[in-house]
Design a protein around this ligand. Sequence first.
Ligand SMILES: Nc1ncnc2c1ncn2[C@@H]1O[C@H](COP(=O)(O)OP(=O)(O)OP(=O)(O)O)[C@@H](O)[C@H]1O
Ligand SMILES: O=P(O)(O)O[C@@H]1[C@H](O)[C@H](O)[C@@H](OP(=O)(O)O)[C@H](OP(=O)(O)O)[C@H]1O
Length: 305
Amino acid sequence: MLKIPDNQVAGHQAGNGKLGPLVDGLGRFYKPLQSDERGTNEGAFYSSLSSNTRIPGHICRFFPVFHGIQLLEASDGSGLLPHLVLQDLVSSRLNPSIMDIKIGARTWPAQASEEYIAKCLERDRETTSVSLGFLITGFQMYGSKESGFWKPHKKFFHGFSADDVRLVLRKFVSSNASGDFDVDPDCAFASVVYGGSNGILAQLLDLKAWFEDQTIFHFYSCSVLLIYEKELALDGSSSGAEVKLVDFAHVVEGKGVIDHNFLGGLCSLIKFISEILTTPDKCQTEVRIQDSENNPFYSGNGADG
Ligand SMILES: Nc1ncnc2c1ncn2[C@@H]1O[C@H](COP(=O)(O)OP(=O)(O)OP(=O)(O)O)[C@@H](O)[C@H]1O
Ligand SMILES: O=P(O)(O)O[C@@H]1[C@H](O)[C@H](O)[C@@H](OP(=O)(O)O)[C@H](OP(=O)(O)O)[C@H]1O
């Protein structure tokens, strides 16, 4: 029996008659192929990825395992639709904290239509895509059995500044993370989640090294997912920290050229995360925005999970 994923943090979502991904609870994530070229493109990407022998094993681990395409009853009730059958990246996780970060200052490939480029350009300029080279599109942070998850509505992310991004990346690895912005994030898990030889920073650096060299694909509008488990982090030894890549509807051929757009965004994200590791105690009052009118943290729409 397929159901709506509990742990989806961004993108098109099923429910209320809408088309979105489904999960089987047994480790598979079914993403409906969009009816336009985005669907064809993402299906073609996964097929070419599985047969591409030039991608090293340590890079393949960043992608969900692909199990083909299957016709399934779509979540919007429109009947049978082809779905990508993917590894569910979080089905084995207990209360995973997850962040979706769309990488790249530019989210559209050159061959896109004028109309599509105009739509993306507007969004990219209004958000941190252009200014930072990446965009936080959604997250869930686990609090406790009592408080559950902090999972803001996507409107929460509109108007984010660099300081907002910095603060949220700190909250993501804090034991006291919540929508209450009077509480300074303690960054208690920074070293076990972002740091260490298997932590998120090390994984991002591994990915970056590949992007400095690979010219096979250009990944427009693709996201990195940051995942960890708070209960493991509380043990102090490991946090199950993992970086994954998702959303390949706008991947195009690299044609022998480096994906400088993705690489630039990745470098920028790496810098933000490195700074948290080098200055975990930095007082948050200095990054908290003074102007509450323009600050999404004070808009009252933050904890509507
Ligand atoms: N293989 C997977 N396993 C578990 N969760 C996933 C997987 N792929 C995607 N997700 C979840 O679904 C969300 C959206 O995924 P994705 O970006 O592929 O969808 P989309 O609808 O194409 O997004 P967009 O609207 O940005 O184009 C991710 O943020 C993540 O929470
Ligand atoms: O962040 P929001 O406000 O949810 O906006 C969506 C987001 O920009 C997606 O990236 C985009 O899909 P693509 O990247 O595939 O274009 C989608 O387009 P859509 O509504 O046409 O699917 C937008 O609605």
